[in-house]
Write a protein that binds this ligand. Structure first.
Ligand code: ATP
Ligand code: MG
Length: 587
């Protein structure tokens, strides 16, 4: 490819709307251009990178025994009603109507369609197990599309789905996919960590995510991990053992105290001269439109996904002050937010009447003689205990105890009790055990050896193709641009003739170019009438793994070859330059 013909416009500046380095560099180096929020044109250089990632994925999936198919991007509402997800999938699901007013959606994922495909075609146990995958654009109307390709609204995904007859078969396929994923990411030049995670909207019981570890904002997930054993988990799923803490309030008797201006935990601690670990904190959330009281030891935070799962909801958010005030009024209390607490109103559970669910974190069980809000402004109950009269007040027994606590670094590993560490991660892929979550409601069954019909035991396995490419940029770049791993680089080599008017330089560059082309090397020659400095800048920015400069040193019979990833420069005799390039690419 001649640089003069390559469809690429590099920019002098980073785009002003980009926050993370992969977004900045992919735009500046001419790989992508935004069409509209969260939707990008993949220009020729990007298309080459994406195809390479796809081909690695394809190769490993095929080796692992999966078969590729391609499902439609537009899906009918009826299938989503069968699975029950038409109602519960939030606004991320882009819904539309055709000319006959039939409702459809743009595929954000394909569990429904693949289950339909399977039930049409996989009728007998003899055909199972099967793993089917596709590589395709997905659309999700994300709340916050950002970070360029890392969180787009339209993006490319590899999604695979396995069908089997038993849990054991699913376990084996899950392991098989985990290994395929390790191979895929390592071939893409990415170091990944396989971490336990929540199963989210897709559902199921067991799931793992593959994270590219980064210390930048681009990592949207907090990953807790142990350096002693191999425990690691997304914060939405991580558990820990708490180090010793004082959880006894040491008040001699239950008593209601005036606590003026103590609506925050900090103010309350200052006023009562206590530690937050002896306070029962009450937070209000709205889960599937209904209020939830979350009770937790006040030195700890609530993890929203865990709370959502404990409630059994599909959606959760913290309540606003106005919503808390309204709830208090509806429950017959006249108090400011900040003083809410799980207590009866004159012997009556007015929260229950308002359909409020009360979820208590496990930490509540260890509190004694604690401090708690009682729905009265500027007052708190101290020396409180469950199952006793608390100065005439009664604490509401939670509907459920659950682990809803956000783990913090320094707490102890649940496996080996050593301190946990935290880091950020970009989720590039995930694997889920779905079980019969889709096959049961969609009546997707096969006939087993005993003649009975049974729902398939399913798994699903996703990889963000476009996100993986962007994650590679996050992992491999410097101040000058991208340092593509060879396996997914758009081109392998750029040849820069430093002076096109010099016939010897020009012909040496062209000879090497033609020889490499013939050998199947993906090579670009920078034949533009530009200063060498401009050419070098573009070469570094775009991130060609090798740069061959034909310039001054040709007088001594040498070419200058620079390895982009290490910055290492070698003077290579002209007649050895072809072999040098070939050997580098073989590695
Ligand atoms: P996330 O938690 O990041 O939103 P997810 O749990 O919604 O991801 P899946 O639905 O399982 O992800 O999708 C499979 C893969 O698709 C993810 O592992 C990720 O690599 C990729 N992916 C998901 N959402 C996006 C997006 N908005 N933009 C780019 N890639 C995405
Ligand atoms: Mg998502």
């Amino acid at each position: 490819m001649k640089m003069s013909k390559l469809f690429v416009q590099t920019l002098r500046e980073f785009p002003s709307d980009a926050e993370v380095i992969s977004h900045k560099l992919l735009v500046r180096a001419g790989f992508i251009r935004k069409l509209t929020s969260g939707v990008y044109n993949y220009l020729p250089l990007m298309k080459r990178v994406l195809s390479k990632v796809e081909n690695i994925v394809r190769d490993e999936m095929d080796k692992a025994g999966a078969q590729e198919l391609l499902m439609p991007f537009v899906q009918p509402k009826e299938l989503w009603e069968e699975s029950g997800r038409w109602e519960v999938y939030g606004k991320e699901l882009m819904r539309l109507k055709d000319r006959h007013d039939r409702e459809m959606c743009l595929g954000p994922t394909h569990e429904e369609v693949i289950t339909f495909v399977a039930r049409e075609g996989l009728k007998s146990y003899k055909q199972l197990p099967v793993n089917l995958y596709q590589i395709q654009s997905k659309f999700r109307d994300e709340v916050r599309p950002r970070f360029g390709l890392l969180r787009g609204r339209e993006f490319i995904m590899k999604d695979a789905y396995s069908f089997g007859t038993s849990e054991a078969e699913l376990d084996a396929e899950y392991e098989n996919m985990a290994q395929a994923y390790k191979n895929i990411f390592s071939r893409c030049g990415l170091d990944t960590k396989m971490v336990q995670s929540d199963s989210g909207a897709i559902g199921g019981s067991v799931s793992h995510e593959f994270m590219v570890i980064t210390d930048t904002d681009a990592g949207e997930n907090d990953v807790f991990y142990c350096k002693t054993c191999d425990y690691s988990a997304n914060s939405n799923h991580a558990v820990s053992i708490l180090p010793e803490a004082n959880t006894n309030g040491n008040f001699s008797k239950p008593e209601v105290l005036d606590t003026p201006n103590t609506k925050s935990i900090e103010e309350l601690c200052d006023f009562l001269k206590i530690e937050p670990s002896v306070i029962l904190k009450t937070l209000v959330y709205i889960a599937d439109k209904k209020p939830v009281l979350a009770l937790i030891r006040a030195d700890k935070q609530v993890e929203e996904t865990k709370l959502m799962n404990a409630v059994g909801a599909n959606d959760i958010r913290i309540a606003s002050s106005a919503e808390i005030e309204e709830l208090m009024i509806n429950c017959g209390f006249n108090a400011k937010p900040g003083f809410i607490g799980p207590v009866l109103n004159n012997g009556e559970n007015t929260f229950k009447k308002q359909e409020v669910t009360v979820i208590a974190d496990e930490t509540i069980k260890t509190l004694t003689n604690f401090v708690v809000g009682i729905n009265q402004t500027d007052k708190h109950l101290v020396g409180a205990n469950y199952n006793q009269d608390n100065a005439g007040l009664t604490l509401i027994e939670p509907d459920k105890y659950a682990d809803i606590r956000l783990v913090e670094a320094g707490e102890l590993c649940p496996v080996c009790k050593k301190p946990l560490f935290v880091t950020r991660g970009i989720e590039v892929g995930n694997i889920f055990k779905l079980g019969t979550k889709y096959s049961k409601p969609m009546n997707a069954v096969y006939t087993d050896i005993d003649g009975k019909t049974k729902p398939y035991i399913m798994g699903c396995y996703g990889i963000g193709i476009s996100r993986t490419a962007a994650a590679a940029v996050e992992a491999h770049h410097d101040d000058f641009g991208i340092k593509w791993p060879v396996a997914i680089a758009p081109y392998h080599v750029i040849i820069v003739p430093a002076d096109l008017k010099n016939e010897e330089i020009k012909s040496t560059a062209e000879n090497l170019y033609n020889k490499l082309l013939e050998a199947g090397v993906e090579v670009v020659i920078d034949d533009r009438d530009e200063r060498p400095g401009v050419k070098f800048k573009d070469a570094d920015l775009i991130g060609f793994p090798l740069r061959v400069t034909v310039g001054k040193s040709l007088a001594e019979g040498n070419l200058e070859i620079k390895i982009r990833s290490t910055g290492e420069v070698s003077m290579v005799p002209v007649n050895e330059s072809f072999d040098f390039v070939m050997n580098f690419l073989k590695k």
